[in-house]
Ligand binder design. Structure first.
Ligand SMILES: C[S@@+](CC[C@H](N)C(=O)[O-])C[C@H]1O[C@@H](n2cnc3c(N)ncnc32)[C@H](O)[C@@H]1O
Length: 266
C-alpha cells in the first residue's frame, strides 16, 4: 500500500486552519509543556544547562490561550470516531484535560502513565525524580461513530515489564527513553521513542488511515505511520528540524515499507 507523508513548516495555530473539517483519523500531539526557563535548568555539580527552548516558553495566560486554540482546531479536523492523544507532564496535562472536559462531544477514554525505567536523575536534588509522562486518550464521538480500539492487537502486540503478552494491556506502559539508534538523524531535545507511537497508532487506527501530529519535532509520528502503512500529516514550527525529519523519513536499510511519498510544504 502506498502512503503519503506531508509536512507543513510553520505555526500549528495557522497551518491547522488549512486542513479540512473531519479529515484525519488520529491526532497525536506532543505540544510544548511550558517547562523551559530563560536561564535553563542547571546541574548542581556541572555546567550542563537544559530546558532552555524558546518554543517552550509562555506566560501563564498565553499558555492557556495557546492550548485552547490548537485543541479547538485539532478537534475540528478530527473525524467523528477519531482519537486525540496528548502527551504531557504535570506542567501541562491538567490544563489540557480541563480544556478537553469542556467539549460535549469529547470523551476521555484513558490516561496512560508512561514509566521510563532509565529516566534522568533529578538535577536540583530538591524533588523526587520525575520518571513518568502522562498521555490523555480522548475520542470525538457523534454522527453515530465511536472510537476505534484494536483490542486483540493490544493484547498480542504490546509487551513490557508490567504488560505480559496475551493479557489485557494496563494503563501503565514501561518504555525506556528514546534509544540512540533512533537519534542518528540528529539531535532534537524531546524526541519520543518510536515504541510509544507504535502502541498509540496501532491501537487506534487501521492501515490506510491518516495520522496528524501538529508538533512534529523530529518526525517520530510520521516515521511510525510510514512503517505501519498509515498516511501522515505533520506540522513543525522550527525549520531547523526539517533536516532531521527528512533524514528519518528517507528509505531505510530496514526496508520496512518503502512505498511512500514525502512532501514538505513551506
Ligand atoms: C515536544 S516537541 C515534539 C517532539 C516530537 N514528538 C518528536 O518525537 O520529535 C514539540 C515540537 O513542537 C514545535 N512547536 C512549538 N510550537 C509550535 C507551533 N506553534 N506550531 C508548530 N510546531 C511547534 C517545536 O519546535 C518542537 O519541535
Amino acid at each position: 500500500m502506498k502512503t503519503k507523508h506531508t509536512i507543513y513548516l510553520g505555526n500549528a495555530l495557522e497551518r491547522l486552519k488549512e486542513l479540512p473539517d473531519e479529515s484525519v483519523d488520529l491526532i497525536f500531539a506532543d505540544p510544548p509543556y511550558n517547562m523551559s526557563k530563560k536561564k535553563g535548568l542547571g546541574w548542581k555539580y556541572s555546567k550542563h544547562i537544559t530546558m532552555q527552548e524558546q518554543w517552550d516558553m509562555f506566560s501563564k495566560d498565553g499558555y492557556f490561550q495557546f492550548n485552547q486554540q490548537w485543541i479547538k482546531e485539532a478537534l475540528r479536523v478530527l473525524k467523528h470516531g477519531g482519537s486525540l492523544w496528548i502527551s504531557g507532564s504535570f506542567h501541562n496535562i491538567y490544563q489540557v484535560g480541563f480544556i478537553l472536559q469542556h467539549y460535549n462531544d469529547v470523551k476521555i477514554n484513558n490516561s496512560i502513565v508512561w514509566f521510563k525505567p532509565n529516566a534522568q536523575p533529578n538535577i536540583t536534588c530538591r524533588f523526587f525524580t520525575e520518571s513518568t509522562e502522562h498521555l490523555i486518550w480522548a475520542s470525538k464521538n457523534g454522527n453515530k461513530k465511536k472510537w476505534k480500539f484494536n483490542y486483540q492487537w493490544t493484547k498480542d502486540g504490546i509487551e513490557d515489564h508490567i504488560n505480559p503478552k496475551g493479557k489485557q494491556t494496563r494503563n501503565v506502559w514501561v518504555i525506556p527513553l528514546t534509544p540512540k539508534k533512533e537519534k542518528l538523524a540528529g539531535v532534537h531535545p524531546t524526541q519520543k521513542p518510536e515504541e510509544l507511537l507504535r502502541r498509540i497508532i496501532l491501537s487506534c487506527t487501521e492501515e490506510g488511515d491518516t495520522v496528524l501530529d501538529p508538533f512534529l519535532g523530529s518526525g517520530t509520528t510520521s516515521v511510525v505511520a510510514k512503517n505501519f502503512n498509515r498516511n501522515s500529516i505533520g506540522i513543525e514550527l522550527n525549520k531547523k528540524y526539517k533536516r532531521i525529519i527528512n533524514k528519518r523519513l528517507k528509505p531505510t536499510q530496514r526496508k520496512i515499507n518503502e512505498d511512500y511519498e514525502v512532501e514538505f510544504i513551506p
